[in-house]
Each structure stands twice: as structure tokens, then as C-alpha cells.
Ligand binder design. Sequence first.
Ligand SMILES: Nc1ncnc2c1ncn2[C@@H]1O[C@H](COP(=O)(O)OP(=O)(O)OP(=O)(O)O)[C@@H](O)[C@H]1O
Ligand SMILES: [Mg+2]
Length: 447
Amino acid sequence: MLRAVVLVGGVPVAGLLVLMLAGWAEPLPAFIAILATLAAAFVFGWAWLGTLAGLEADLRAAADGKPVPPRLPLLPAAARVADSAARLSRGLAEREAMLRQLRRTDAAIIDALPDPLLVMREDREVLRANPAARRFLGTGSDGVADTAALLRHPRIAAAVDDALAEGEPQSAEVMLPLPVPQDLSIHAIPLDPPLSDGGCLMLVLADRTQARAAERMRADFVTNASHELRTPLASIIGFVETLRGPAKDDPEAGSRFLDIIATQAERMRRLVEDLLSLSRIEMAEHRAPAGEARLDSLARDEAAAMAPILTARNVTLALELTPATATPADAGELAQVIRNLLENAVRHGRDGGTVRLSVRHLAAPEGGLAPGVMLGVADDGPGIAREHIPRLTERFYRVDAGRSRAAGGTGLGLAIVKHIVAHHRGQLLIDSTVGQGTVMRVWLPGR
Ligand SMILES: Nc1ncnc2c1ncn2[C@@H]1O[C@H](COP(=O)(O)OP(=O)(O)OP(=O)(O)O)[C@@H](O)[C@H]1O
Ligand SMILES: [Mg+2]
């Protein structure tokens, strides 16, 4: 303050003093003039310093991103500076808000990505893991994704090293063994320039387990289907050759061979029919069936049609049918479910055994199932070992391929049942005890 007073009032006061001491000015008026000059210098210095302090506070607030209130400084020239400070502060605040919004959008995009994603620093420390990554890798007690085992995998470590060294994205196919085997496509993508938090590499893990399984299944399906067709076809061709050649003049052998040809042709017809109905059901699977079906009367009709094979295997069929209507339903498809399950119980059950076919209405939820209709087929045959049960509904899966084939089975029966049940938004439940028998139950929505 003192300096401001001296700076503003020093020269006029010194002039007045000189005039007074030299006797060129009366002492009293000169003294009054000195006092007035000092007072004016003081007021000016106060206004000046006050304005500067206010501007300084505004600039500091602007730099900290705080709002700057409009100010009307005492010194008119300072008003423009104050206005610029306020505008600067508003611009900075807007940019800050925009940055925050961008950062939030980035985080939301990363979090919403369905594939696991990690962001890493150059020293391989993981800075961020999206929820998919946390779900996929599991988290430690601190809630942080468990990435150590993943990043130790030699192929992943090599892809990360190469991406950082070359600055180019790297990909690798990886099979992670534990806890459930997973087929992964990993992509290491360098970030240039690095993120503000030092993140300079993005690691994306795409789960290909299901896609690979589907590819394998499709390839297996074609192989299996051609194999199943090739065997009876080879047999038919072989016997036709024999009939044309060596057995041409042997009517007895000829009629035996014709029987074999007829059996093999019938096997091929069944296989083609099953394949066609499987693809028909699969195509319609996304559309729920429109009608409704009385499951008890369908079961009664199918049981009656089963008479010849029941007699052949000396099997007793016990019916426990109560009126129940499945809805939505396709009567033809549900009849096929009953037929396939009954055939299995008779063919894979016990010679001279008993098969129980039941239909009942579930009025209240039962065993985790909503109210609906329950169809049950139980046999007292050899049963199925536990390890086979999850695979029974795969196409061509047979516990004992030789026996099933000899019995005329194609291995497609339960695959068809599974698809029909899925088409009806129902559930297939398989229980079996080796040595005691098998129970196949189908739950369907209905009343
Ligand atoms: N009730 C059952 N008891 C024992 N094993 C069974 C029973 N039902 C099915 N299986 C086993 O499951 C396998 C698959 O059954 P699925 O009905 O799909 O084929 P399949 O009966 O062999 O041939 P098909 O296509 O003619 O039905 C059978 O080969 C058999 O090994
Ligand atoms: Mg079957």
C-alpha cells in the first residue's frame, strides 16, 4: 500500500515540498495541497490494489475450474480484464464438463461391451476391467478381476509384448483349460496416444467356445449322417451284386438277400425321415405352435399303436392317464414325442419288463416347474450310466451304438424329442439308475 501511495503521490508531494521550502509557495496552502495529494494517492492505491486482488482471485478460481461471478471493478480499464477472466472461466468449465461427459461415455461403452476387455499400462499392470471381464475371469476379495493366470498364458503374453513393441494390433487363438475349457480369440490393441491414466494397450477376449462347438457339431453331423447312410447303402449294393452274380440261380439265397435289402432300405427310409422331421422342427422352432392337444388321448392312441413291438419284446404297458391339455401344442409333434419315448423304453428297456406311461396335470408349481402338464415314460430296464445322460439328446448319440443300430435305431429319437419340447417351450427331464430303469419326463405349459 505504502509503495502504491509513494508511486502515485511521491512526485507531486516532492514538488510541493520544494516549492514550499524555496518560499515560492505559502506554507499553509502548500501543506493542504500535500495532504490532499497524499489522500488522493491513498484512495487511488486502495482502489488499484483492491481491483488487482479481485482479478487475481478470479483468475485463480478460473484455473481451478470454479465459477467466476461477474464483477464491476472500481477502475474502469480493469472491467475488460474482469470480463475476459469470467469468459475464460466459463470456457474452461464447459470444456471440463465436456471432458467429463466424454470420459463417462467411454467408460459406459467399455462397460456395456459384451466381450471381456482389459486396459493395461506399459508395465502390464491392469488399469481397468469391464464387468464382462470381471464375470469371465472372476474377482478377488477386493473386487478386482483375477487377471494373473490369463496374462501368464504364453500366447497372450507374446501377443501383448508384440503389440507394445510393434505398435500394431495382434491376435491369437487360445484355449484356456480351467475351470471349464474355453476357446478364446484374443486381440491386443495398442493405444496411441496412451490414455490419460497411462493405459496403452487394450486386450479384448472374444469367447468362441459356443461357435467352435457349433462348428464341430455341424461337421460331426454331416460325417455321422453320411456314415449312417453309407452302411446300409453299401450293404444294399453288395447284395444286389451278389444277386446279379453268384446267387443268380439260387432262389433260396435270393429271397434271403432280398429280405436283407428290404431291411436296409427301410433303415435308410427311417433315417431320411428322421433327418427331415428334425430339420422341419428346427426351422419352426422360433414360432410357438398355435393349437392345443389333449395329451391323455394322444398317449392312449400311441400306446395302442405300440402293440406289435410290445408283444415282440413281451413288455407290459401300464397307463396312468388323467385328462390334461397342453397349450400351445402341435398334436402331431407331441404324438412323435410319446412315440419316441415309448419306443426307447420298450427297445432299450428289459425283455418282459413293464413300461409306465403317465399323463397328469400339475395344478401347482412342483419341483421348480410351473403349473402345466407332465408326461412320464418309465421303464425297469438296464438304465443309463450318469456320464451319458447329458449327451443323450445329441444327434446320433447312442450309449451302445451296435445294439441300437441292430434294433433299427438311428440315434435321432431323443434329439427330435428335445427340439419338439423346445418348440413347445417345455422341458425334458431324464432320470436313470443303472440296474433299475429310466424315467423320461416332459413338462409342457398347459392345463
Ligand atoms: N429308456 C432307455 N433306457 C436305456 N437307454 C436309453 C433309453 N432311452 C434312450 N436310451 C439310450 O439313448 C440313446 C439315444 O436314444 P435315441 O432315441 O436318441 O436313439 P435310438 O433310440 O438309438 O434311435 P432312434 O432314432 O430310432 O430313436 C439310445 O441309443 C440308448 O442308448
Ligand atoms: Mg429312440
